[in-house]
Design a protein around this ligand. Structure first.
Ligand code: 6PG
Length: 255
């Protein structure tokens, strides 16, 4: 796997615009290459403005009928709960773009967690037409980064970090929203392209630990991101990059 690319932008707004540009680019590439774009969305708050840009300024940049939407994780709440990652994507992008329900493959956080994880795994197998033992290869995987360097809902010391067979798991994490469903490392590392969007001073320590700290994925989960045949792009604002030795590069630095 090539070294991750690191682009440092002056503001969160610049990160969101660059993320939307990258998503539009990879969507066009995938749709031209194999007729559809499988996109795994990040949750949390960081990506929301990028999703809004996709539904507005970039609305005409993507043939939305050819996009299949999935999620990297979901909180164990209903689809109308403000904490739902699906609800955030629906509000910012799916509803404004009038995406057809058949293109939306949400994690059913309202169901019993283990059952929801099994159902989501089944949906992945169905949509990607997987044989037993195969792992879905997303065209693009979007991830955020927690202050403890978690990605999706893969938190420090979680057994899910060592999962090699399942595609999705129910987990209990050290967070106010403790019960979640998450994709597993094999799914992340099968993606063709991974983009991490990270903004704010509060993430600077985690960014440093992931990119410049000792390799300790059990303590620094984002270090598991190493797609076997894919590439990784970090989109950081200056605040999130402030803990990096190489964070002084003006306008962006490729790692
Ligand atoms: C979630 C996300 C999670 C998120 C990070 C960063 O469900 O919370 O999937 O992995 O990306 O916690 O969250 P913010 O973008 O809100 O800082």
């Amino acid at each position: 796997m090539p070294q991750p690319s690191i682009v440092i932008l002056d503001t969160p707004e610049a990160v969101h615009v660059r993320a939307a540009e990258e998503i539009a680019h990879w969507a066009g590439d995938a749709i031209c290459t194999h007729g559809e774009f499988t996109l795994c969305l990040a949750g949390g708050s960081t990506p929301a403005p990028a999703y809004e840009l996709l539904a507005t300024r970039f609305r005409l940049s993507i043939d939305w009928r050819d996009v299949q939407f999935f999620w990297g994780d979901e909180r164990c709440v209903g689809p109308d709960d403000p904490a739902s990652n699906f609800a955030m994507a629906r509000r910012t992008m799916l509803e404004p773009l009038a995406i057809r329900p058949a293109q939306i493959h949400r994690i059913h956080g309202e169901e019993r967690p283990d059952a929801a994880a099994e159902a989501y795994e089944g949906e992945l197998r169905r949509v990607f037409s997987l044989e037993p033992g195969e792992v879905p290869a997303f065209d693009l995987m979007l991830l955020g980064l927690g202050q403890n360097a978690h990605i999706a809902s893969l938190f420090p010391s979680s057994a899910a970090l060592r999962e090699e067979r399942r595609l999705a798991l129910a987990v209990e994490v050290d967070d106010r929203l403790a019960r979640r469903i998450t994709i597993t490392p094999p799914v992340i590392n099968r993606a063709a392209h991974v983009i991490l969007m990270v903004c704010g001073e509060g993430k600077a320590r985690a960014v440093h630990d992931v990119l410049e700290g000792p390799r300790e994925p059990d303590r620094v989960p984002a270090q598991i991101v190493a797609p076997s045949e894919g590439d990784v792009l970090w989109l950081l604002d200056r605040a999130a990059a402030s803990g990096l030795r190489s964070s002084t590069a003006p306008g962006g630095s490729d790692g």
